[in-house]
Design a protein around this ligand. Structure first.
Ligand code: 5GP
Ligand code: MN
Ligand code: MN
Length: 330
């Protein structure tokens, strides 16, 4: 990893220099947590002209609204126009940056912190660790190399990022290092119980009812994925409207879908707009779903990936099944 280049670029910042932090569209806990946690660290280093943003609708999912450092968040149209430094968090490809991609070519320095195996290396300075469980692991690595001590505010952001991307320390890549980092974060005085309740175990009544309906219509195909089985379901914008819910309430709905014993692959198809769907793919191990996602224009990790689909949910799932058959017989 290009630690030295990243440290030099940050140390080279002058007093009036503007720093723009950006993360991926539809930000999750790792995108927001690593970005804001690192931003707080930059503040401790004396950086005052600091903004953070993400592309698309400026709507932070409710569970993440109270994150420390949220005061640096601005809508994408309020991003700095000519920042001295752009830092990019949890972004595998420029396509995940929407219109904010226009900041990259003119910025004197661009540092990318990420952990996706499919990362395209689009940054000037790339801190990409494909074996890291979360971008927050990379963010903490850079903070410690810059001599920024962890405090409770930085730790809360990084803990949210680490616990969301590891599924509360359950997923692949939950290494001794992940638990050692969690221990150092908790040692700052943050409350894992309080944070977990707020992030994972709190949702509106309508979101619970919506989950019930979406899970109730799931389909199981035990012959798909070379007989390893595929389970899938979908949620439409009409479903969200009926229960007066925002798209982010669907973020973790793939988890109960993936729990199905008869299927190695789980698919959740979430409508974004007419004919456009955000597709979440999960594998229990034998099947590489990132290969399918990449083939369909998306990306991600071996066991968790996604892409933007078009057509009906049935058509999208058929595309996934066809690609799984091709990949598994190769
Ligand atoms: P999720 O299903 O939780 O939205 O995403 C799972 C993984 O797939 C994440 O690591 C995410 O970065 C990646 N991913 C999801 N959707 C897309 C997409 O449309 N394009 C790319 N490149 N990656 C995606
Ligand atoms: Mn993410
Ligand atoms: Mn991540």
């Amino acid at each position: 990893l290009e630690w030295t280049a990243a440290i030099d670029a940050i140390r080279a910042l002058g007093p009036g220099d503007e720093v723009q932090l950006i993360c991926h569209v539809n930000p999750d806990g790792d995108a927001l947590g690593s970005m804001l946690g690192f931003g707080l660290g930059l503040r401790r280093l004396g950086v005052t002209r600091l903004r953070a943003t993400f592309p698309g609708r400026f709507e932070v999912p409710v569970p993440y609204r109270e994150l420390p450092g949220s005061d640096m968040l601005v809508a994408e149209q309020d991003a700095y126009e000519n920042p001295a430094l752009v830092m990019v968090f949890d972004v595998a490809a420029e396509s995940r940056l929407g219109d904010l991609v226009s900041l990259l070519p003119t910025a004197p320095a661009v540092i990318v912190l990420d952990h996706h195996a499919s990362n395209t290396g689009f940054g000037g300075i790339n801190l990409v660790a494909p074996r890291a469980a979360a971008t927050s692991v990379v963010a903490e690595g850079l903070l410690s190399r810059l001599g920024v001590p962890l405090d409770a505010e930085i730790a809360e952001c990084l803990y949210v990022a680490l616990s969301t991307d590891t599924g509360s320390f359950k997923f692949d890549l939950t290494t001794p290092e992940v638990h050692q980092l969690a221990a150092r974060l908790i040692a700052t005085g943050i409350s894992p119980a309080e944070i977990s309740r707020r992030i994972f175990d709190t949702r509106p009544f309508g979101a619970m009812k919506l989950s019930g309906e979406v899970l109730g219509r799931a389909c199981l195909d035990v012959t798909a994925a070379g007989g390893r089985g595929l389970v899938w379901t979908y949620a439409t914008t009409a479903d969200l409207e009926r229960y007066d819910q925002k798209p982010y309430v669907l973020e973790s709905l793939i988890d109960p879908v993936r729990s199905v014993a008869e299927a190695d692959v789980a698919v959740l198809v979430k409508q974004m707009s007419a004919g456009e769907w955000a597709v979440s793919l999960r594998s229990k191990g034998a099947v590489d779903v990132s290969a399918v996602a990449v083939a369909l224009g998306g990306g991600g990790h071996r066991l968790a990936a996604g892409f933007t689909g078009h057509g009906t949910p049935e058509e999208i799932v058929q595309q996934v099944k066809d690609l799984l058959d091709v990949n598994l017989t190769q």
